[in-house]
Design a protein around this ligand. Sequence first.
Ligand SMILES: Cc1cc2nc3c(=O)[nH]c(=O)nc-3n(C[C@H](O)[C@H](O)[C@H](O)COP(=O)(O)OP(=O)(O)OC[C@H]3O[C@@H](n4cnc5c(N)ncnc54)[C@H](O)[C@@H]3O)c2cc1C
Length: 509
Amino acid sequence: MNSQYLIDFDLSKIPVSRSDVLVIGGGIAGLTVAVTVAGELKTRVLAKGNVEQTSTWFAQGGIAVSLAPGDSPEMHYKDTMAAGGGLCDPEAVKVLVEEAAPAVSMLTDMGAEFDKVNGSFHFVREGGHSVARVVHAGDATGNVVSASLVAAAKSRKNIHFTPDTFVLDILESEGRCCGVLAYEQKTGQVEAYLASAVVLAAGGMGQIYDVTTNPLVASGDGLAMAERRGVKLAGLEFIQFHPTALDTKENPRFLISEAIRGEGAHLVNKDGQRFMTDLHPLGELAPRDIVSRAVVDVMEADKADHVFIDARHIGEEKLKKRFPSIWDHCLKAGYDMSKELIPVNPAAHYLIGGIVTDLYGRTSLDGLFASGEVASTGVHGANRLASNSLLEGLVFSRRVGRYLLDNLKAGANVDDVRLRSAANRQAGKSLVSARESLRKMMSEKTGVIRTSEGLKAAAATLKDESHLLDYEYNNPHDWETINMITLARLIVSGALARRQSLGVHLVGS
Ligand SMILES: Cc1cc2nc3c(=O)[nH]c(=O)nc-3n(C[C@H](O)[C@H](O)[C@H](O)COP(=O)(O)OP(=O)(O)OC[C@H]3O[C@@H](n4cnc5c(N)ncnc54)[C@H](O)[C@@H]3O)c2cc1C
């Protein structure tokens, strides 16, 4: 653990704002907490990017909910447990599947419009689901979800949004979280935000890899700041790779949603042959870890950088209608999906582990809550079932909100905090090249298939780089990079400690 704060500060010398609830993050998790509590508790939301720079906004496929005829929470429970490789927390999964329907209703009540056929939801089948269970808004579900939450938040009294604010560290006083230290990106001012409860909803860490579907903000800041305060984290070695990101030089990589395979698209090798049908009874819709491994194996056998999605038989009209964003993006990248094969390969996509929470989002630090991708509620085990993460963000953030409404007194603010940090470290040099080498190294050594030698080499490189943590930096890029190095160490040590393949942690020879 690196217990230092990212920068020196003295609370008596910087502006201090107070609220009842402080939420870090403007994705599905943060906004759901905020709209749940804001009527009664003075709430502030801090985010370093805008709403379009969140994984929530990027989400394509949809939200799993067992509302289709013939489906049930029990079936959703079984599929989630089966995908999780024996590591799911049964209580958490029960909560997830049983509270899914009211959570989705909350969104529709806020105006989210999901696709319908004859007045009922249109359900799609995705990898690992035994039935079609995913509600969606075309292929841009995240846009619709974000927009409805933003509209609901705007209509609530008592919510204060503070965008362009980079949260550096959690503040802790007498064993309790009492707020955060933040940097206003427009003015360069460092400020403290104190609150009776802090909810970390700062999303994932895909940017630690050089091939990822995650937005640029996903540098794992929430996880690293929790680690600096000694908050319990778990399962960081469980990183889900999405098997089908469009093979371009973009960062982030554009995702070709699993829903397209749900509509019948095939995965084929360089000779146009399907390779999933012999490997798993669900074929192309096998759980993601199995598909990602198969894709890597085929790429190796073919000595190629990608495999292909073949969606030609679906036809132009249906492709355009059902997947308008994917159609447009592929066309801009030079591929007509109705006539050509689409080159794809795996990309870091989702962090399964995270800050350990109970069923109300409580962490090991009093006063600190976590929800969304940053949290480890136990619902995903060793492998997340497709479209269960937006759902987790919704269900558990509503629980955090309701817990706060029941247990927090409005106006009971933290008044008497006199924190300072005076480590007096030297100024560090720019970390631009350190970040690039880290991202490359993480992809090479801790990607879809890990080896013991690769992980040991990664650990040695990270040890060599550890001196970088001894300096103080003065800008968001370098703070993010320090957070990434902090997390990379945890990912590598977690992966080294887990010697056997399990779920998305695949150990090769
Ligand atoms: C391309 C793509 C497609 C996906 N499709 C689906 C899907 O179809 N179904 C599904 O269930 N899941 C999907 N997922 C996963 C799902 O979208 C995410 O797990 C989920 O949206 C995470 O929500 P969140 O609120 O936890 O984080 P995010 O939505 O990522 O929000 C994180 C917030 O934290 C803020 N933040 C981060 N660091 C700081 C800091 N230091 N200071 C201040 N603020 C900070 C960011 O600015 C942002 O506002 C997809 C993910 C991607 C990337």
